[in-house]
Design a protein around this ligand. Structure first.
Ligand SMILES: [Zn+2]
Length: 410
């Protein structure tokens, strides 16, 4: 197996840091990231790869053909998201953004790490037993850029089946050079549950002549929490948060209606499906028992991010092999945030995980978290990040080669 080396990724680091800092100083939000896309295309200039750009979003899909591809007819996908957040930056970096947006979630590092992986694998492409698809994705922060790239065919880009898909997310409050993941549920599904409670307005002093949607809606919040604790497995958690509750216009008036919006986090497809089927029914019947009509909608916006068991161990073992077991952490619990890479992992076995990116010389736990205007990611481990991604792809393809070789030929 000819694999990229630490010497190669070390040599790439200064160039990667320069790209990262350029991206950081010019962040773009959402699905349309023309300048970011240009930076990616410039960084891949002259490489022997197939590049397509998105129609409805400024994605970049790169296919690298391996010299030994005929031996496996398989491909692996690596993903990096590229979008920033609408936050005024307060990091004090000399390359800080001044345009009102900020790479507060570290996607500048994801984009750059993936550029590095293209370069590393490109140098070894002659012996690569398969193809690699690099998914440069806009719009992760609530725009479902992953879903849109799937619609535009990113999973079919290589023309051969994908046997593995991998991605990483940096965190500003975990130490550089450390990796975190786990088999199974890794990040939550996010569903939005909207309820309109329809009562009958009246005088505050005469509730018996009205149907009070505020009292019904308030009682419903507690009722749903109780239902969760009695009817769902405590080890397959459901988190309900009523983020909005709007009703009323005056202190002495019972209003006609009340509006609730509830954020629902679940960690398995089973719990997501049950929440979707049962919570609207419980809410409707509870409100009906109080004489209240209701309208509701329950929409699962992102599925849970589920790591394939074998691929999650492979992810952690590959990192341990490159950087040491003491820097590799199989975490006990999933994270309650959501991630649209879940859409890829719902279709291709793979693994997602976090990489520490705290500033060197600062205690990681003292650093501000991702999405803070003061979140500061260090970029000294970017070479290692690129090397790790490159090894995930190359080693996974070699595993496919071993499997193909073991199969009796037809
Ligand atoms: Zn992020």
């Amino acid at each position: 197996m000819s694999l990229p080396t630490t010497a190669e990724s070390d040599a790439l680091l200064p160039q990667l840091q320069q790209i990262r800092r350029a991206l950081h100083s010019a962040p773009e939000v959402g699905l349309d990231l023309p300048q970011t896309q240009r930076t990616v295309l410039d960084a891949l200039e002259g490489l022997d790869v197939e590049i397509t750009t998105g129609e409805g979003l400024s994605s970049v899909t790169v296919v690298l053909r391996g010299g030994r591809r005929e031996e496996t007819h398989a491909a692996v996908l690596l993903r990096g998201d590229m979008d920033a957040l609408p936050i005024e930056e307060e990091t004090g970096f000399d390359f800080a953004s001044t345009n009102g947006a900020m790479h507060a979630c570290g996607h500048d590092l994801h984009t750059t790490g993936l550029i590095g992986a293209v370069h590393l694998l490109h140098s070894h492409r002659a012996v690569l037993p398969g193809d690699v698809v690099f998914m440069f994705q806009p719009g992760e922060e609530g725009w479902d850029g992953a879903g849109k790239m799937l619609d535009e065919g990113v999973l079919e880009a290589a023309g051969v089946p994908l046997v593995g898909a991998y991605g990483v997310h940096v965190s500003a409050d975990q130490p550089q050079g450390h990796a975190y993941s786990r088999p199974g549920s890794y990040m939550a599904a996010f569903s939005r549950f909207d309820i309109t409670v329809l009562g009958r307005g009246g005088h505050a002093a005469r509730p018996e002549n009205a149907l009070d949607p505020i009292a019904g809606g308030a009682a419903l919040i507690g009722q749903l929490q109780e239902y969760i604790t009695r009817r769902f497995n405590v080890f397959d958690s459901v988190v309900l948060t009523t983020g909005m509750f709007h009703a009323g216009t005056a202190v002495n008036v019972i209003p006609e209606s009340a509006e609730l919006s509830i954020s629902v986090r679940t960690f398995t497809p089973e719990a997501t499906a049950r929440a979707e089927a049962e919570l609207p029914r419980v809410a409707r019947e509870f409100l009906a028992a109080h004489g209240l009509d209701s309208r509701m909608s329950f929409e699962t916006i992102l599925p849970a991010t589920i790591n394939d068991d074998t691929e999650a161990h492979f992810f952690l073992d590959t990192f341990a092999d490159l950087f040491g077991r003491d820097r590799t952490h199989q975490v006990p619990f999933p994270r309650a945030g959501s991630e649209d890479f879940s859409r890829v992992l719902a279709r291709v076995p793979g693994s997602y995980g976090h990489l520490g990116a705290a500033l060197l010389g600062v205690e990681a736990s003292e650093q501000e978290v991702n999405h803070s205007p003061r979140a500061r990611h260090g970029d000294e481990a970017l070479g290692g990040q690129a090397l790790f991604l490159a090894h995930l792809a190359a080693r996974r393809l070699h595993r496919e080669l071993d499997r193909a070789a073991a199969e009796p030929s037809a």
